[in-house]
Ligand binder design. Structure first.
Ligand code: UD1
Length: 371
């Protein structure tokens, strides 16, 4: 079976790594790895290949950054050529970035079977670009692999046949489980002058937070207050850095010396810093899940989440972008009132194994003919 695996942006890489490794254990798979080039800086892409032992991509589309429509169109155009030249038996896309959507559409139009890993997540907020990507990708996929039971319910309620949906657990947690011991020994907090258990880790890059000057300014007010009580380490995404410059936040950042802005971190460094943090402040999807597994309190700077299991079972709390709420919830944690959670069902490090088992028994021809 020839499988065409697609990655494009940073959060795809820790999801694809265990799938590539698991398929490599079976002689009946021939794999091609394609990178769209949506993320291209070494620290947003190559460093994850190196650390996670992902083989170098066989095909690199090099699309780079653009507007949503342009970037999506460029991936679709280039990906269609790849599909026409060497039609695979199955395309696997992961997550919810623009590359996921673009490759899903191109594959579906050519009637190439499509698997979506991390299907069914819904924030029910269509102002979020990822929500559009999730809805379209799931509508087109032939195999939908979910991380939680609520995702199955979302898909069924959208009319997706139950036999296409497979609740398999969380591949990102497979990677975390495999890499945890390696990360823990690195001593990253100490090397960065931080005391384990004595700092907050912050990530922020959602357009809803960093593209609106008054919202971003309010979040910065909250961070300015928090850094007086606890050092905050802030590996800044390139778009966030750009926005801080555009909004003229320089003087305010200088007046907050314990808010330390650094370059984006590698997977292992980030994991090491997360597992030793007092709390994590974030608007990332992945960090909400990773902190749940690590048992680290997470405050999510968003009004909603497509990952409700991290709230109902994990350590996550939604705090929105209201500065007072962000500070108040941080103080709750600092005064020992942090949420404790449990590990969600099937987040056990074996999701890739389950996915590969399903794919091996999937008869692509039959399924396509029956659609
Ligand atoms: C994308 C995903 C988002 C994911 C995030 C993780 C979409 C719609 N969004 O958002 O779901 O959480 O990746 O990082 O797909 N840039 C660089 N170097 C790079 C890549 C990007 O400098 O290697 C800068 C460029 O200025 C670019 C901007 O970041 O315009 C945004 O990049 P883009 O891939 O469009 O979206 P992200 O914000 O990274």
């Amino acid at each position: 079976m020839h499988i065409l695996n697609v990655v494009g942006a940073r959060p795809n890489l820790m999801k694809m790594a265990p799938l590539v490794a698991e398929m490599a254990r079976h002689a009946d798979f021939q794999q091609t790895l394609l990178h769209t080039g949506q993320h291209y800086d070494d620290q947003m892409s190559q460093v994850f290949f190196d650390e996670l032992g992902i083989p170098q991509p066989d095909i690199y589309l090099g699309v780079g950054s653009s507007s949503h429509a342009r970037q999506t169109a460029q991936v679709m155009t280039a990906f269609e050529e790849v599909l026409l030249a060497h039609p695979p038996d199955l395309v696997i896309v992961v997550g919810d970035v623009n590359s996921t959507l673009a490759c899903a559409v191109a594959a579906a139009k050519l009637n190439v079977p499509l698997a979506h890993v991390e299907a069914g997540l819904r924030s029910f907020d269509r102002a979020m670009p990822e929500e559009i990507n999730r809805l379209v990708t799931d509508a087109l996929a032939d195999l939908l692999f979910t991380t939680s039971r609520d995702a199955n319910e979302n898909l069924v309620s959208e009319g997706i046949p139950a036999e296409k949906i497979h609740f398999v657990g969380n591949v990102m947690i497979d990677t975390l489980t495999q890499q945890r011991a390696r990360a823990e020994g690195l001593g990253t907090p100490q090397q960065m002058g931080l005391v384990p258990g004595g700092y907050a880790l912050l990530t922020l890059h959602r357009p809803s937070n960093v593209d609106d000057v008054s919202i971003f300014s309010g979040i910065l007010d909250a961070l300015t207050a928090i850094q007086k009580e606890l050092p905050v380490l802030f590996p800044a995404h390139p778009r966030t850095r750009r926005q801080m410059q555009a909004f003229g936040f320089q003087a305010r950042l200088e007046a907050a010396p314990n808010l330390r802005i650094v370059e984006p971190l590698s997977y292992l460094r980030n994991l090491d810093l997360m597992m030793h943090a007092r709390l994590v402040l974030t608007d990332s999807g992945g960090l909400q899940e990773e902190t749940t597994i690590l048992g680290i309190p997470c405050l999510t700077i968003r009004e909603n989440t497509e990952r409700p299991v991290t709230i109902s079972e994990g350590t996550n709390t939604l705090v929105g972008s209201d500065p007072q709420r962000i500070v108040a919830e941080t103080r709750r944690i600092l005064t020992g009132k942090a949420k404790t959670g449990r590990i969600p069902e099937l987040w056990d490090g074996r999701a890739a194994q389950r996915i590969v088992n399903v794919i091996r028994t999937y008869n692509t021809k039959d399924t396509k003919e029956n659609l």
